[in-house]
Design a protein around this ligand. Structure first.
Ligand SMILES: Cc1cc2nc3c(=O)[nH]c(=O)nc-3n(C[C@H](O)[C@H](O)[C@H](O)COP(=O)(O)OP(=O)(O)OC[C@H]3O[C@@H](n4cnc5c(N)ncnc54)[C@H](O)[C@@H]3O)c2cc1C
Length: 308
């Protein structure tokens, strides 16, 4: 993108009150990795989000909507186009009697799940330690401790960036399964908000369960280092971390990227890791598992290329 185009696009964003900034993508990723994007826009409402997409399409700029960047590996060279962050879209409504919660796409999942527990609406305790947004969690059907988004979701409102139509999709229409929804195959559908249907349950029980899960995460996961959570999807129910541990890869390091000595399913940034380090380490882990167990583990984290 030329600097003239960037200035024009930024002026258009200002006109519709959308904030933009020039922070490196590393600041928007839980892995703390990534170069500069041409433009980073942070809408606060659905209208502003749609304006960002309209402007990106008008100037024929590639764009990508992200949540809290907790499952993404950005490129060292950054992103040529507009990154649209939803983190400022964070309105939420609780309809306690009806057992319903409506949440904007940018609501932090931890906040939503803790609120549900405190209100005696269960069972969202599985999500009280997942650092994503509602949109990102629906997109990949985030889950833990036997629960997942599919088990609590009623429906989502999506905006189709190709047709510019807004419509509601039920949980079933999203065809959710283990760390999957069909939004992954329909990248033109952006989640604007989601509604969750929950049954009443004693708040103290839900909060006690959330606390137990938090303690288990603290004990097992390397939460003091930047990561994207589990690097690999389980294979037929088998944890890849367990296989990497058996293969002796705990602590294996490439540049600043390391297979965590605490939990081999996590790839952590020791401080100065590049995206190239992480990818090289992933490739090495995949090759090791393939040679020893006969299949190539698939990554759970998503790579964002410099150019779409
Ligand atoms: C310490 C740690 C622990 C974790 N533990 C878990 C866990 O227990 N279980 C689990 O499932 N995950 C876990 N994760 C991974 C991550 O938090 C989840 O995958 C989460 O759902 C990602 O949400 P996000 O908002 O950060 O999405 P991002 O990383 O920002 O984006 C991920 C994908 O979602 C898409 N997306 C984001 N918002 C929207 C939207 N509004 N509409 C359409 N698409 C959208 C993006 O385009 C991208 O393709 C963990 C991560 C960390 C760092």
């Amino acid at each position: 993108m030329t600097s003239a185009t960037r200035e024009q696009v930024n002026a258009e964003l200002t006109q519709v009150f959308v904030e933009y900034d020039t922070l490196p993508l590393a600041k928007m990723s839980s892995l703390h990795i990534g170069g500069m994007a041409d433009i980073v826009a942070s809408p606060t409402t659905v209208i502003e989000l749609k304006d960002c997409i309209r402007i990106a399409r008008q100037y024929k700029i590639p764009f990508r909507v992200i949540g809290r960047g907790s499952n993404l590996l950005f490129n060292d060279a950054g992103y040529r186009g507009m990154i649209i962050r939803t983190y400022k879209m964070k309105e939420m409504e609780v309809f306690q009697d009806a057992g319903l919660i409506r949440a904007d796409a940018g609501v932090p999942l931890i906040h939503l799940a803790m609120t549900a527990c405190r209100c005696g609406l269960g069972d969202f305790s599985f999500a009280t330690g997942i650092p994503g947004s509602v949109g990102g969690a629906v997109y990949m059907n985030a889950g833990a401790f036997g629960g997942d988004i599919a088990s609590v979701l009623l429906n989502v409102t999506v905006f189709d960036t190709a047709t510019r139509q807004t419509y509601v999709l039920s949980r079933d229409e999203l065809e959710m399964s283990y760390r999957h929804s069909n939004l992954m195959a329909h990248r033109n559908r952006v989640v604007l908000e989601a509604r969750f249907k929950l049954s009443p349950a004693p708040a103290e029980e839900l909060l006690a369960r959330a606390e137990e899960y938090r303690a288990r995460r603290d004990e097992r996961q390397p939460l003091d280092y930047p990561s994207a959570g589990s690097a690999f999807l389980s294979h037929d129910g088998v944890s890849i971390g367990k296989l990497l541990d058996e293969a002796g890869l705990k602590g294996y390091t490439v540049g600043g990227a390391q297979i965590s000595p605490k939990h081999a399913g996590f790839i952590v940034n020791l401080g100065d890791a590049t995206a190239a380090d992480i990818r090289a380490l992933i490739a090495f882990a995949q090759k090791t598992v393939e040679e020893k167990y006969g299949f190539v583990p698939q990554t759970e984290m998503e790579f964002v290329p410099e150019r779409e």
